[in-house]
Design a binder for this molecule. Structure first.
Ligand code: SF4
Length: 357
């Protein structure tokens, strides 16, 4: 039996009743009476949400907007402060690009975000997805916004057999066909919300879904098997050693990573490179001569492309900080721009030191 085509009006009507309340969002009832979203807040939330959940982003978003309420405040902030405020959110190139983008927009005539996808794409760190999301949500431009939630909803509605990532162009074309000319921003948020709250990866609540009658996956009883996915490649494991040098007053020796590459510009414990096999003589990479002793247990962390096993060694020293390093006082350690993997390593060496008091 042929199914009726999915209807964007049904999705918008559902969104009007069930839109999630999010700190960056203008709810549909306010939008209906002419309240416009702040492009700065939409852009900031979209950058933060890439690869990160709404639950994890909320507190960061609130801290950023309390400290830098306007774009020009963020543009004028020190890069170090931005990196510190970002610490723990992951994918740190986003923080560097965030600052660069704020500066670029502040330097534009009028200091405002461009209101088209094309104009937005020209800014640092804004890719196709973010440009479409900001154009649609902040400026109500008709743009096709496809994040992971939207991919799941569309692939189920149409029972797309092609596995991801090869299915992306097909899913985008189907999302394009469903996107209305009226209220494209609310429509984009409606599909995102449906994916986040009803059309969930496991056990979707199809009985509550506003487009259930049009859903090919539901008609087959195979909802959870979409989107199809290509088998994952095994993640390789890398190994490294980090050195926690602690001064008698509790200060910790830290350094800053180079700007390029993984965790670029973030703060770390000095250590070896991360290699496919454990280093034969890791102590050769020690930042200073001391009686290094291993801290028990490995610190493990999974990045997108590899799994990392870090050995942590510790020593007491009151030597001057070597070039490129600094002693961070006990009360300052929690505020350093330590990415999650380094927080784990510092915690292994000095329990409780990375918790903000
Ligand atoms: Fe998702 Fe179920 Fe709705 Fe289909 S009917 S779109 S599987 S929630």
């Amino acid at each position: 039996m042929a199914l009726p085509a999915p209807d964007s009006a049904a999705l918008l009507a559902w969104y009007d009743r069930h839109a999630r309340r999010l700190p960056w969002r203008v709810p549909p009832e306010d939008r209906a009476v002419g309240v416009l979203p702040d492009p700065y807040r939409i852009w900031l939330s979209e950058v933060m949400l890439q690869q990160t959940t709404v639950a994890a982003v909320k507190s960061y978003f609130e801290a950023f907007t309390a400290r830098w309420p306007r774009l020009e405040d963020l543009a004028a902030a020190s890069r170090d402060d931005v990196m510190k405020a970002w610490a723990g959110l992951g994918y740190y190139s986003r923080a560097r690009n965030l600052k660069a983008c704020a500066e670029a927009v502040a330097a534009l005539p009028g200091g405002r975000f461009p209101d088209t996808e094309e104009g937005l794409r020209a800014l640092p760190g804004i890719g196709a997805y973010t440009a479409a999301a900001v154009a649609a949500i902040a400026f109500d431009r008709r743009a096709v916004v496809v994040d992971g939630n939207v991919e799941r909803v569309i692939s189920r509605l149409h029972a797309v057999e092609t596995p991801l990532p090869a299915a992306k162009p097909e899913i985008r074309a189907l999302a394009d066909a469903l996107t209305p000319d009226e209220r494209p921003g609310d429509f984009a948020q409606a599909v995102m919300d449906l994916g986040a709250t009803i059309c969930t990866p496991k056990r979707p609540a199809c009985g509550l879904c506003p487009v259930q009658a049009s859903c090919a996956a539901r008609a087959m009883g195979l909802q959870e098997t979409f989107p199809r996915k290509a088998p994952k490649k095994d993640r390789p494991t890398r190994f490294g050693t980090v050195f926690a040098a602690v001064r008698p007053d509790g200060a910790l020796l830290l350094r800053r990573r180079g700007d390029k590459g993984l965790l670029g510009g973030m703060t770390e414990l000095p250590g070896t490179d991360w290699t496919e096999a454990p280093a034969a003589d890791p102590l050769a990479a020690a930042p200073l001569a001391a009686a290094w002793t291993p801290v028990s247990g490995l610190v493990e962390h999974t990045f997108t492309h590899f799994h990392l096993k870090l050995s942590v060694v510790r020593a007491t020293s009151d030597a001057p900080a070597p070039d490129g390093c600094w002693w961070s006082a006990p009360g300052d350690i929690a505020g350093e721009a330590l990415p999650t993997v380094m927080k784990k390593a510092v915690e292994a060496a000095i329990p409780g030191s990375t918790r903000r008091r």
